[in-house]
Write a protein that binds this ligand. Structure first.
Ligand SMILES: Nc1ncnc2c1ncn2[C@@H]1O[C@H](COP(=O)(O)OP(=O)(O)OP(=O)(O)O)[C@@H](O)[C@H]1O
Ligand SMILES: Cc1cn([C@H]2C[C@H](O)[C@@H](COP(=O)(O)O)O2)c(=O)[nH]c1=O
Length: 211
């Protein structure tokens, strides 16, 4: 049965989420499938402003609970202003990061606790969860090296955390997968872009009912 889906891409820094998302959107359009691509934190004006506050490297004094609440606030605004209306219009939505980022980064790596972060997100968006999540798994050192090598975007406050923080993020994602084994599909992101695209397309086309 075909229905519109809320799909999220997750993973550590430099795993290739944005690169692959753009290629998957192209592929979906080639198949005449209507999809809205968006991102977190951001995607709409208010959430982009919150993003700037969270990720500004000068904001070194930001506490981890402030950080978790700001991500949840941006998520709430983005979800109700952009994601839910698109789903109601019958579009698929493909979002670069969503709640699992909060669970892995704030819940696990910052040490707030996955259940605590789930609770504030429940206040923000209720019990809504993606239909399907692709987790781009990669050694954090490789992902960070990609970002520094290509120099395509500004380095943000989270990028400059220690390697051990980013390793905890990866471990955090593994914990999240244990909680949601049916929803989250893990893809090896340490392969060529073409191979990763094919792996992700294989997963999505099965779910979307495409050939
Ligand atoms: N499979 C790959 N192999 C080699 N380089 C890659 C691969 N995928 C992406 N890259 C490159 O790595 C860099 C980071 O990619 P991208 O921005 O897509 O990652 P990301 O997961 O969205 O990162 P972040 O979450 O930190 O913004 C880009 O320069 C991109 O071209
Ligand atoms: C949604 C979300 C994101 N983060 C972190 C992850 C990244 O370090 C940045 C976003 O930058 P990107 O280039 O757009 O990937 O924010 C987080 O810690 N918690 C979240 O909920």
């Amino acid at each position: 049965m075909k229905r519109n889906l809320f799909i999220t891409f997750e993973g550590p820094e430099g795993a290739g989420k944005t690169t692959i998302l753009n290629k998957i959107v192209e592929r979906l359009h080639q198949h005449q499938i209507d999809v809205l691509a968006t991102r977190e934190p951001g995607g709409i004006e208010i959430a982009e402003k919150i993003r700037d506050v969270i990720l500004n490297p000068a904001h070194t004094a930001m506490g981890e609970r402030t950080e978790a609440l700001l991500y949840a606030a941006a998520r709430s605004q983005h979800f109700f202003e952009k994601v839910e209306p698109a789903l109601k219009q019958g579009k698929h939505v493909l979002c670069d990061r969503f709640i699992d980022s909060s669970l892995a980064y704030q819940g696990f790596a910052r040490g707030i606790g996955i259940d605590e972060v789930l609770a504030i997100n429940e206040f923000a968006i209720g019990k809504r969860m993606p239909d399907i999540t692709i987790l781009f798994d990669i050694e954090p050192a490789i992902g960070l090296a990609r970002i520094h090598a290509h120099n395509e975007r500004e380095v943000n406050r989270l990028d400059i955390e220690s390697l051990s923080f980013h390793e905890k993020v990866r471990e955090g994602y593994r914990e999240v997968v244990k909680r949601y084994p049916n929803r989250i599909k893990v893809v090896n992101a340490d392969q060529s872009i073409d191979l990763v695209v094919e792996e992700v397309w294989h997963i999505l086309k099965g779910i979307l009912g495409e050939n």
